[in-house]
Write a protein of this length. Structure first.
Lengths: 151, 277
């Protein structure tokens, strides 16, 4: 076991982790933050995407011990003071989800993109979502929603 | 899928990492983890000790080293893609790095890890081979330099020994006379290349000199398409000879025959794209 300190959505947690515990399970099972979901479990689908120090990562491919001392943002950390994050509001307005399973990962992949490039082109948005699969094939509305926030 | 249990140590320095590696025969280095963690989850590899080198300071950099650009082993693909030095002096590396996996993978994966993993379907090994780059490998007896052509030994086998670690990669500076391209074909956005092609040459007397064409996923290691290179320099169609001497795999993304065809098409496109630069 190893002592690990994680700051998740601004709240610091001191945890004792087995080295093999994946970040996604630390978030879901240790901290109860079930907004981050497990999709493919093979580093492909992006459903488990969170921000690590502001950059998108697949939390099924990061060990909890690797995140020690770092800041994590999950979908639960996007809304502020009861107000949806602009991306969440835009996903709502553009009907950018059907089943919703990919949504938290899409939101955080989009947040990572906009942090680095506040006004991406449509092509840049599509490229930035390379690592996130939507099996409802709702990409068009997802791209529209991100573009609306970007412009 | 949960990995089997392993011990975990955090290396503070290259020397510390090497001493930890020497403790156990089956220890593995962990950097970005984007090749290793999927294998651990599938339990395809079962090291008893992971040595996390991800926090070693001073190993993530892109530096001007005279005739070459020196890249620290822990430099992430994302940082290679955005590096102004690489964009100016070796845009082939920054372009290919920006096409590895997807943004999340590029935020974690490192050049040292990608090279040491030795996956013949990876992008950067073929790019290094096309560039005749070199790799510094630190071990118990000090640091040795391995040329790209001697680095890749087989599928997932490289010149990096069990008790060694990649510390730096060097690629030559390209000039305004150089033409280059990196192309890959994949069925889904984030897939490994079904086939990839790195092409590089220097403009000379209306043609090209020093042609280099390296292939991704056309054999047990990244390969130089020697016959195609000669054809390119001679002003003939390099595509026709692109698959000569290759032994591509057959898998769910394509048969060996399909890959040979794809190599021909991609080499033609890469050479055309390079010529148009």
């Amino acid at each position: 076991m190893r002592d690990v300190s994680l700051t998740v959505n601004g709240v610091r947690h001191e945890l004792e982790l087995e080295p093999r515990e994946l970040l996604v399970y630390v978030l879901r099972e240790r901290l109860g933050l079930t907004g981050t979901v497990v999709g493919c479990d093979t580093s492909s689908c992006g459903a488990c995407t969170v921000l690590l120090d502001g950059e998108s990562v697949k939390s099924c491919t990061v060990l909890g011990v690797q995140a020690d001392g770092h800041e994590i943002t999950t979908v639960e950390g996007l809304a502020r003071d009861g107000e949806l994050h602009p991306l969440q509001q835009s996903f709502h307005e553009h009907h950018a989800l059907q089943c919703g399973y990919c949504t938290s990962g899409m939101l955080l992949a989009a947040a990572s993109l906009l942090a680095e490039n506040p006004s991406p082109s449509e092509a840049e948005i599509r490229q930035a979502l390379e690592g996130n699969l939507c099996r409802c094939t709702g990409y068009q509305n997802i791209v529209d929603a991100i573009q609306a926030v970007a412009s | 899928m949960i990995p089997a249990p392993f011990d975990y140590e955090r290396a503070e320095s290259v020397e510390h990492a090497l001493s930890l590696l020497a403790e156990r025969e089956d220890a593995k280095l962990l950097a970005g983890g984007h090749s290793l963690l999927p294998l651990l989850r599938l339990r395809a590899v079962r090291p008893s000790l992971l040595v996390d080198v991800g926090r070693i300071e001073g190993l993530a950099y892109v530096r001007d080293a005279g005739a070459a650009i020196a890249i620290g082993a822990l430099t992430r693909h994302h940082d290679l893609a955005r590096s102004p030095l690489l964009q100016e002096h070796n845009p082939l590396v920054s372009r290919a790095a920006g096409l590895v996996g997807d943004p999340q993978v590029r935020h974690r994966g490192t050049i040292g890890g990608s090279l040491a993993h030795g996956d013949p379907a990876s992008d950067l090994p073929a790019v290094l081979l096309a560039l005749d780059g070199e790799v510094d490998v630190a071990g118990p007896d000090g640091v040795r330099t391995v040329a790209a052509r001697d680095f890749f030994l087989g599928p997932f086998q490289t010149a990096v020994g069990q008790r060694e670690m990649v510390t730096e990669v060097r690629v030559p500076k390209l000039t305004g006379d150089h033409v280059w391209s990196y192309l890959k074909f994949r069925r889904r956005a984030q897939d490994w290349a079904t086939v990839g092609v790195a092409a590089l040459a220097r403009r000379s007397d209306g043609g090209v000199a020093e042609p280099a064409i390296a292939l991704v996923n056309m054999g047990a290691t990244p390969l130089r398409a020697v016959a195609a290179e000669a054809a390119w320099a001679a002003g003939e169609d390099p595509g026709a000879l692109a698959a000569e001497g290759t032994e591509p795999p057959s898998d769910t993304n394509g048969s060996a025959e399909y890959r040979r065809h794809l190599a021909q098409v991609l080499v033609r496109r890469a050479v055309a794209e390079a010529a148009a630069r």
